[in-house]
Design a protein around this ligand. Structure first.
Ligand code: ZN
Length: 434
């Protein structure tokens, strides 16, 4: 059995601070920001066009593809900017692969469950498989304005001494020329920046205004813990948590954390589906189509945005609950894929934005993040076989579905345990022995 611990999510807490560009910024500077961000979007979409699922996802490969193309001439961006666009595309494809890997895992698990289930569960599992089929993640597309992370190569966030407290310093499209854009930080923003390292920032346009999304990194003092626990992320019922008693004495604590996300999302999905079918039927009537298309597609976009916000919001709530419940324990979380494990908490802002209901990685990161804020470390461990091995170590088990939950019956030790809790026990054990 593979018992390796893959990484320890370190006590680095990353946070994004969203600071508006100052309203007194001159129009010429705002215009230049507009041209710069448009050019970056263009560059990112061109680079994205060079990538296919077969492309190997590393900087060297992408740099070579870009070099062999006419993208640099077309965009007229400096090497630093082009490199940052490459990183954006890389990140998008890697997270697509991660999401797809997770999706594949959930899908295969659901198909297998469906093949092995009894008659009473068949309908429910069929729906589950269909739902997953519909939600297979698709490769990244950049057809809207998109930003990339900017670092010292092309700019920085600097403190000011005069009437403006904070500045965004960026290279312009003119070679060798830079500009300083004043920001308008609140007291809260400044507090967030105090004592934190600024790693990079993005220029984001929202509702006609520009913002600097500044990512900050802060060290949190590590809390010493001697107790271990494990978390398994279930399919519907979100989190199964097991906290082992210190030094083996006492009774372990078990907790299933549900969240209300699924119901909320189902509501949005129903509205979205009815709008989509209305759009499909409007398509047959050309005159009506021309009139209503934009209205409908705008509405659809809005709904999708709201749906994602709800999803992210609930994930934060749940992560907070999990962090509270597991305070004082070192926690292991099951991880489906190796590559994801190298993820160290970067990209939180993008994670917040990311759409994906099957984003188990996002949930894990949120939990690790909330725990890190309390100085607690979280390990990602390989979760292979944790769901089909009894916590006594035997694999002579049967899975049974009953009342919407899945149970593991062990023929060796005779125990009957909720399958997700059982997995959480195994994950906790891996965290301890790894
Ligand atoms: Zn057993």
């Amino acid at each position: 059995m593979d018992k390796r611990i893959i990484i320890v999510v370190c006590m680095l807490v990353r946070k994004t601070v969203r600071i508006p560009v100052h309203y007194e910024t001159t129009k010429s500077k705002v215009d230049r920001l507009g041209r710069l961000t448009a050019r970056l979007t263009y560059c990112i979409s061109l680079i994205n066009g060079l990538v296919s699922p077969e492309t190997s996802l590393d900087r060297k490969t992408l740099r070579r593809l870009v070099k062999d193309s006419d993208i640099v001439q077309k965009c007229g961006l400096s090497a630093g900017y082009v490199d940052q666009c490459i990183d954006k595309v890389l990140w998008a494809w890697r997270s697509y692969e991660d999401r797809h890997g997770e999706w594949q895992y959930m899908y295969d698990r659901a198909v297998e469950d469906h093949a092995n289930c009894g008659d009473d569960e068949r309908g429910e599992l069929e729906k589950k498989v269909k739902r997953l089929e519909k939600n297979e993640p698709s490769p990244p597309v950049f057809d809207h304005k998109v930003s990339c992370r900017l670092d010292f190569r092309t700019g920085g966030i600097e403190r000011g001494e005069n009437s403006f407290l904070l500045w965004m310093h960026v290279s312009t499209l003119v070679k060798g020329e830079t500009m300083d854009v004043p920001l308008n930080p609140s007291y809260y923003h400044l507090k967030q920046l105090e004592g934190a390292m600024i790693s990079d920032f993005e220029i984001i346009r929202k509702n006609g205004r520009y913002y600097a999304h500044v990512s900050t990194t802060r060290f949190v003092v590590d809390v010493e813990t001697s107790s271990y626990g494990g978390i398994d992320q279930g399919l519907n019922r979100t989190l199964a948590i097991v906290l082992l008693p210190p030094t083996g004495a006492g009774v372990p604590r078990e907790e299933l954390l549900y969240d209300e996300k699924r119901n909320m999302l189902d509501k949005y999905d129903a509205i979205i589906a009815s709008l989509q079918s209305a759009m499909a039927s409007a398509r047959h009537d050309r005159a009506r189509w021309l009139v209503e298309y934009h209205k409908m597609s705008r509405k659809l976009k809005q709904l999708r945005g709201k749906r994602n916000n709800v999803s992210v919001y609930h994930d934060w709530l749940l992560a907070n609950k999990a962090a509270e419940y597991t305070d004082g324990y070192t926690i292991a979380i099951g991880n489906t894929r190796f590559r994801q494990a190298q993820y160290r908490g970067n990209g939180m802002p993008a994670l917040r934005k990311r759409i994906g209901k099957w984003s188990y990685a996002r949930q894990r990161m949120f939990i690790a993040h909330k725990r890190a804020e309390r100085g607690l470390s979280t390990m990602l461990v390989d979760e292979r076989n944790t769901s089909n091995t009894c916590r006594c170590g035997s694999r002579l088990v049967t899975r049974k579905y009953l009342n919407g939950a899945s149970w593991l019956l062990c023929h060796s030790c005779g125990s009957k345990l909720d399958a997700d809790l059982n997995a959480a026990y195994n994950i906790a054990a891996r965290g301890m022995t790894g």
